[in-house]
Write a protein that binds this ligand. Structure first.
Ligand code: KG4
Ligand code: ZN
Length: 329
């Protein structure tokens, strides 16, 4: 939950994470996620409004995540958002989750100006997107199988790390030696900007089996895996910068919190005379601030959601239009 002000910027924001709930099960259990949303949402709305020193009378609209994703959890947020909009007499707008991620770097000081390239790397998506403006997105390439975050999480699981293991794998990799494990760099031999990470995960599994009980192998393997993912992502982004002539690349999504990825991207950007911009790590992973930012852009253009589905499990990014293009979505 977040409060965003067009003049002041982000006024208050809070993330409630369900990681503990899902860790027990080794993944997200949709029904548990939805039920937990029901319990948490209204107290959270009260707490963040209090923190912002605002009441409903100070708000101009309500934005909620309308998709894509787990429909049960989405519906809880959409219903709370639309109910509050009715009760408080405010317009509401449903936001595309990935639009939030793509715009998150603009929450920071010295925000990147449009147009820019975005490397969107999360648990569900791996994409290079050309962002010409709010709602003006062109997907240049994406993963044909596992998302980068998914590959991190699955490999972390093989290494015995708890879900979601991406950040834990990155920590383990810090203790590993570079170059001991040389994993493939999938799809680099092919033109275009698509990715594939499922083979890499299999290579990691086979290497782990071969390593047997060697105590140092896990850290070396984590390091080799991380290097391979980061190398693949950075090489494709470099190619996309060259092909489009864009001067700025931003990173979005949970894997964007990865320190090695940030360091390598910055190095590459400097080498080709471009700039790399990042949201702070807490705005890389899922958060309400990015949804409030996108919502503000759309509500300010007079857009609001009326009729139609409240939430959508599937929703292609290319269906989006700039704010106000079709006022009621
Ligand atoms: O964007 P996000 O919070 O949720 C989705 O929309 O998927 O991304 C979560 C993903 C998880 O796969 C998690 O393991 C990964 O981001 N992640 C990381 C790091 N921090 C989070 N992966 C690699 N290194 C990290 N430091
Ligand atoms: Zn996300």
């Amino acid at each position: 939950m977040a409060v965003y002000d067009g003049a002041l910027g982000l006024v208050a924001h809070r993330v409630y994470t369900q990681t503990d709930l899902h860790e027990v099960w080794g993944g997200v259990v949709p029904e548990l996620a939805s039920r937990d949303h029901v319990r948490r949402l209204l107290p959270m709305v009260r707490a963040v409004l209090a923190e912002a020193g605002s009441g409903p009378q100070d708000l101009h609209g309500i934005a909620y995540t309308a998709g894509p994703g787990l429909i049960g959890a989405l519906l809880v947020g959409a219903l709370v958002g639309s109910s509050l909009s009715m009760a408080w007499g405010l317009p509401a707008v449903g936001i595309h989750h990935l639009e939030g991620h793509l715009l998150a770097p603009r929450l920071e000081a010295d925000p990147p100006a449009f147009p820019y390239l975005a490397l969107l790397v999360s648990g569900g998506h791996t994409m290079i997107v050309d962002v010409a403006g709010v709602g003006d997105y062109r997907v240049l390439g994406e993963s044909l199988d596992d998302a980068a975050g998914e590959a991190f999480d699955k490999t972390a699981k093989l290494l015995g790390l708890a879900y979601p293991g991406g950040a834990k794998l990155a920590q383990l990799a810090e203790q590993g030696r570079p170059g001991i494990y040389k994993f493939p760099r999938p799809m680099l031999d092919r033109p275009g900007f698509d990715f594939s990470f499922s083979g890499l995960k299999t290579a990691a599994r086979l290497a782990l089996q071969a390593a047997g009980e060697d105590p140092g192998a896990r850290a070396d393997l984590a390091r080799g895996f991380e290097e391979a993912v980061v190398d693949t992502l950075v090489t494709k982004v470099a190619r996309a910068l060259e092909a489009t002539g864009r001067q700025v690349v931003v990173v979005a999504g949970g894997v964007g919190a990865n320190r090695r990825l940030r360091a390598r991207l910055s190095e590459m950007a400097a080498r080709v005379g471009a700039r790399a911009a990042y949201p702070r790590p807490e705005f890389c992973t899922d958060n309400a601030a990015m949804i409030a930012y996108a919502g503000h852009a759309r509500l300010a253009a007079g857009e609001h959601s009326v009729g139609g589905p409240l939430a959508r499990a599937r929703w292609a990014l290319c269906e989006l239009r700039p704010p106000g293009a079709d006022r009621a979505t």
